[in-house]
Write a new protein. Structure first.
Length: 482
């Protein structure tokens, strides 16, 4: 089938190329002919205008004779100058074969000017009627020759323009005729090629249709298999791959349903945990009311806030199951990251890690408690990955699209590819003793803010967790180093 299709396409391409070449050649010829037509038509108009200039020159000479004074000499000189300019311009464009006629007109104009200056004006000044009559007859004869020469020159150019127009029409008719013949030939070749190609694809198409019908009837194992036509074999393989992907997708949906069941179970457990946490917070609030020492009050307030964070954590164990409610507040990014670092350091959860933060200040419309929970969790994971020793870096900056990006980087052993695929799923953890809930909760919180969280390898070893928050309601831009 490929050979048949190749022959058909080669024939079509050859015909199309031939058609294009012929049309291009005829178009070039047509364009040249039209250019010649336009040039000759313009020369004809300008040549005939010389007769008008000669008449104007003669009219002012006649007025000089009639009035018997020099009042029209200035106007006559203006037309003489115009005539000279126009003949000079025309001389640069007139073909050599027409230069003799134009030169004769120019010579006659010069002779007319001489007659006016040497014969007419002196005769007018002397009031010599016989001299005036002889000079006038001489000038009139010269003007007649000039007009006749200009008309003859214009006739020649007009005839050439007419001939060019006929040639252009002939080229257009030839182009249309050849294009029609070649188009009909291309249609015939295309029809023959299509019939031959269809004869080679009918059976493979029937196999594809049969497989589709079997899958629709519930046979999930149905596959197209190998097809005789090499070109359609690619389609068959793609069809089979699509069926394989659908089968995998079905398995993923079953897996997701199982996770949803686990999520509902965990939500029930979280409800039970919330009850003792509520009691703890109640006692903390009572103690806050009774304690007067500021240092102790500050520590109790921190305990109450952390207990509140625990309540929020257990409420969002599996945030993918339900979108967490957010208490959005304008929050400074640098302050939030700084508070997260202070809490971890005060709790001794970073060990001997040196935390380096370089956060660009920006006002974000976020839930500060939940986003601090995300930062704390990522910092805690980084410190644990390095065994409590090494540099732990936090970088916050505005991205090229206006979004705000927080990067938490460590120099730990990194995340294995097989673990990375399920890293943000609940209860998936490669760390001994890990619950696998931290990153799942982080992802739910970030997604609830309309952002995204990702993991990538760090250059030189280690891991980077990247949190991107949308640009909505962000403001301010200045550097803040911790």
């Amino acid at each position: 089938m490929r050979r048949r299709l190749g022959f058909g396409l080669t024939g079509l391409v050859a015909i199309v190329v031939a058609n294009a070449v012929v049309l291009l050649l005829l178009a070039a010829r047509y364009h040249t002919t039209l250019s010649s037509l336009e040039r000759d038509a313009a020369l004809a108009r300008r040549a005939r205008a010389l007769g008008v200039f000669a008449r104007e020159q003669y009219i002012h000479e006649a007025h000089t004779i009639i009035l018997g004074d020099h009042s029209h000499v200035g106007h006559q000189q203006e037309w003489v100058t115009t005539f000279g300019v126009r003949t000079g311009e025309l001389a640069r464009e007139v073909p050599a074969r027409d230069r003799r006629t134009l030169d004769a007109i120019v010579a006659q104009s010069a002779e007319l000017q001489r007659v006016f200056a040497v014969e007419v004006l002196p005769a007018v000044d002397r009031d010599d009627r016989d001299g005036i009559r002889d000079a006038h007859e001489h000038a009139e004869a010269l003007v007649g020759h000039m007009i006749a020469g200009a008309d003859a020159l214009g006739d020649r150019f007009e005839q050439r323009a007419f001939d060019a127009s006929r040639r252009a029409d002939g080229s257009a008719r030839v182009a249309i005729g050849l294009s029609g013949v070649l188009s009909m030939l291309a249609a015939v070749v295309a029809l023959i090629a299509a019939r031959r190609v269809w004869a080679g694809v009918a059976a493979p198409l029937a196999a594809l249709q049969s497989t589709a019908e079997r899958v629709a009837s519930g046979d999930a194992a149905a596959r197209v298999g190998a097809l005789p036509a090499a070109e359609l074999a690619v389609v068959g393989r793609a069809f089979d791959q699509m069926l394989d992907r659908l089968a995998r997708r079905e398995e993923e949906l079953v897996h997701a349903e199982r996770l949803a069941v686990v999520g509902r179970l965990a939500a029930g457990v979280a409800h039970e945990i919330n009850n003792p946490l509520g009691v703890i917070r109640g006692y903390l609030k009572t103690m806050l009311d009774e304690v007067k020492e500021e240092g102790l009050r500050a520590e109790l307030a921190i305990l109450d806030e952390e207990a509140l964070a625990c309540q929020r954590i257990v409420e969002d164990l599996l945030t993918y199951a339900r979108v967490p409610a957010l208490a959005l507040t304008p929050t400074d990014a640098a302050t939030l990251v700084g508070e997260a670092i202070e809490r971890l350091q005060a709790a001794g959860e970073v060990g001997g890690c040196e935390v380096r933060a370089k956060v660009e200040t920006a006002t974000l419309q976020i839930d500060p408690l939940r986003m601090r929970q995300v930062v704390v969790n990522l910092l805690r994971n980084g410190a644990q990955a390095m065994g409590g020793v090494g540099p732990l870096e936090v970088d916050g900056r505005r991205g090229p699209g206006g979004e705000y990006e927080v990067v938490v980087a460590d120099r730990g052993p990194g995340v294995a590819p097989e673990v990375r695929a399920n890293l943000f799923e609940p209860f998936a953890s490669a760390r001994p003793g890990g619950t696998g809930l931290g990153l799942a909760v982080c992802e739910g919180i970030v997604r609830a803010h309309g952002g995204e969280i990702a993991v990538r390898d760090r250059a030189g070893g280690g891991t980077e967790f990247v949190v991107r928050l949308p640009s909505a309601a962000t403001a301010g831009r200045r550097g803040a180093d911790t």
